[in-house]
Design a protein around this ligand. Sequence first.
Ligand code: SF4
Length: 366
Amino acid sequence: MEVNLSTLLNPYFSHSDLVGLLLSEGDQMQALFARANQIKSVYTGSKTYLRGLIEFTNLCDKDCYYCGIRHSNHAITRYTLPDTDILAAVRMADQYKLGSIVLQSGEQSSAIFVDRITNLLHSIDKATQGRIAVTLCVGEQTDEVYLKWFEAGAKRYLLRIETTNPLLYRSIHPQNKLHDYYRRLDCLYSLKRIGYQTGTGVMIGLPGQSVEDLADDLLFFEEFGIDMVGMGPYIESANTPLAESQKEKLLPLKQRYELSLKMIAALRLLMRDINIAATTAIETINPQGKVYGLQVGANVIMPNLTPAIYINRFQLYDNKPVAAGNLPDYLGSLESHLQPLNLQLGYGESGTSAYFESRKQFEANC
Ligand code: SF4
């Protein structure tokens, strides 16, 4: 399919427009990237927001077929960071003015887990005197729990839908109540209703996934009114059912990488002022992938602050790049890549999505 380049100037995109953008190659793909970069600089500016990622436990009750830390994977060593280590990572984020952190874990719903997160939110607020914005990425919970954490200080939540095709979703999860597509969707709506800055994302290049599915994903983000998106290529994880059973259906890594960049660029055209992360999975295929992501529409980057001794144990997929290492060195290296692109790191900024600000304003006026 040929891309009509005038499509790039549209403020609205149909499903077939998006499919065309996702199939673009060569000069047309470069034109898509250039347009997305232009729109990004007008609508979100030249700052890249920083989110310090703390992967605080790889314990998970669920069994998603694609995930390296799934409950049934007995080949990995489980860990849980003590609160003191989590708070040390938060203080480091504060010291280097990252402005925000993401607390990520496998999914658990016990009362002990819920109370632990609640207490941590209070401790983080106290330790940083409210300077650090917290995003939670700890899976599906009840409305009551989401509300409890919101009131304890978490104002952002990331819950990846992974794919918006319910049949594809079923094919990558066990068929039981714990892995129900519609339950996950309900959780996203709950988060938005409660008032969270709501984030989601999908995997790109799943076995059996079509570009039409991906165009549907993009339209879902728009229709839902999502505030932030983190999406990246599907990368196989050894010892998982999906990696072992569907190898022959996989796109080559290079195609998954390019498709991921095109998804970021197309989303920037579709939702001009949301936050879009350049995810670690892109970097797994190309070490410069995050920087490329920032050149085609992404405006958020997530340095990993998980202590080095644990980081290899949070392997959602194979060959995941390791920690930022020494944080000041990592930030310095990032700056040196971004400077020639006229991009700066948003030190000290919580990086609220402009889309979220407008959405709240609109809701307040209704
Ligand atoms: S994707 Fe998330 S919920 Fe599913 S097994 Fe992995 S950590 Fe658990």
